[in-house]
Design a protein around this ligand. Structure first.
Ligand code: F0G
Length: 409
């Protein structure tokens, strides 16, 4: 199987560029790029046999990932995350086939590792001196870990005081140079893009076309775990990269004949940071950036998503929708998933379930459908938020009397 036919293609004007060029946007029209695979050159039966001979995970699908010419990828066994069947939550909502794809079970606790294994391997091949990202937390944690094992200098830019503690501690512990930018995520990303132009740093935000290649494997895994594509996939939207990566994954599997259909993609944003949901409500083809995004789900506190056009194309292409949920719904969903299913997911990850409840109530999703909610990050990432949202521990004397009295209270 010869992968020499891979190219980068502009998502809007469709101009193509060789995969080896370092590009984050189309030089002609400024829109984002994506990797296109020569899908018709593959033999689906050969692919199926090759995939089935390997454990579930990102590199199980290596024929459909960038080719590193026989050199092994920089990997920590990403992916292969559980597709958890939600019997209790399903019963409560009257859903027979509800699943959570728990991508918080990746090595650094979020789905970012899927993209980072591919992105950092690319960085190694390009022999870059330093990698950089802007982040609401998870990207920086993941990049710091992968750059560390690759021996590449890592610079991360985070919005000052606005990322969860667990994520900050990861970036610091993995040895990144951490800059707190006096501004929000959108300001930090602008600085990152400028630093790439001015200082030659290699950008590993999702505008890098190789990151979504790794992230799309989550869709392949869902098909392999479920035996088919679900009817609906519900997923949080921040910068807009992950939902588009899922859509690419499902679409490629369908085109290859490895899945019979593609699911409808439902993107979920937090009300205070919902430019994509607004565009869908108005039937608009563009977003209106939100100047001061605000939500407890700090991972998706983004007002000007870099992947907005990819997201709109993915969600429209799938016949889905994008809606917004309140912080209250997000926190109550986080608790519900934790208490009913035993899964501790971070607030942004719980947004998908909060969105599902709305979509069931509005009859957009039918109760008989096979539904997958994507839980993108682990709850331990944001311990402060979890403690704030929960009942405080009760102080007692070390005696049965005190315990009895407090148990009754
Ligand atoms: N869920 C979590 C836990 C995230 O960390 C992110 C994005 C998203 C959902 C949204 O994914 O941006 O592809 O639409 N986090 C980025 C970061 C922005 O910097 O860690 P998206």
């Amino acid at each position: 199987m010869d992968m020499s036919g891979n190219a980068l293609r502009c998502i809007e004007c469709h101009r193509e560029f060789p995969e080896k060029e370092i590009l984050y946007a189309c030089p002609s029209c400024g829109n984002l790029l994506e990797v296109v695979l020569p899908l018709s050159e593959f033999d689906p039966r050969e692919l199926r046999d090759a995939f089935d001979s390997r454990p579930l995970g990102v590199w199980r699908y290596k024929e459909l990932l960038p080719d590193f010419k026989g050199k092994s990828p920089i990997s920590m066994d990403e992916g292969g995350t559980p597709l958890h069947r939600c019997e209790r939550l399903g019963r409560e909502l009257g859903l027979r086939n509800l699943y959570i794809k728990f991508d918080g079970m990746n090595p650094t606790g979020s789905f970012k590792d899927r993209g980072m294994t591919v992105g950092i391997t690319k960085a190694r091949d390009l022999k870059v001196k330093a990698v950089v990202c802007a982040s609401t937390g998870n990207t920086s944690a993941s990049l710091a870990a992968y750059a560390g094992i690759a021996g590449i200098r890592c610079i991360v830019m985070i919005p000052s005081g606005a990322i969860a503690l667990g994520k900050l501690s990861q970036a610091m512990m993995h040895g990144a140079t951490v800059f707190e930018v006096d501004g929000n995520f959108d300001d930090a990303l602008e600085l990152v893009m400028n630093s790439s132009r001015e200082l030659g740093l290699y950008v590993l935000n999702s505008v890098n076309p190789f990151r979504p290649e790794g992230q799309k494997t989550a869709a392949y895994e869902v098909v392999d775990q479920l035996g088919e594509s679900p009817d609906s996939l519900v997923i949080p939207v921040g910068n807009g990269g992950n939902n588009a990566a899922y859509w690419k994954g499902f679409s490629e599997f369908k085109e290859l004949g490895l899945a019979k259909k593609t699911p409808r993609i439902y993107g979920i944003q937090a009300e205070g940071a919902a430019p994509v949901a607004e565009a869908f409500r108005k039937g608009a083809n563009r977003i209106r950036p939100v100047k001061n995004p605000e939500t407890v789900a700090t991972a998706i506190r983004i007002g000007n998503p870099a992947n907005w056009l990819k997201t709109i194309k993915a969600i429209r292409g799938s016949n889905g929708d994008c809606i917004a949920v309140s912080d209250k719904e997000i926190i109550s969903s986080q608790k519900r998933i934790a208490t009913r299913e035993g899964l501790f997911v971070e607030p942004a990850a719980a947004a998908s379930f909060a969105g599902l409840i709305r979509l069931i109530e509005s009859d957009d999703i039918d109760k008989d459908e096979k539904i997958v909610c994507v839980a993108t990050g682990h709850g331990l990432k944001d311990p402060d938020g979890a403690i704030r949202a929960s009942k405080k521990p009760v102080k007692i004397e070390p005696s049965i009397k005190s315990l009895r009295a407090n148990l009754r209270a």
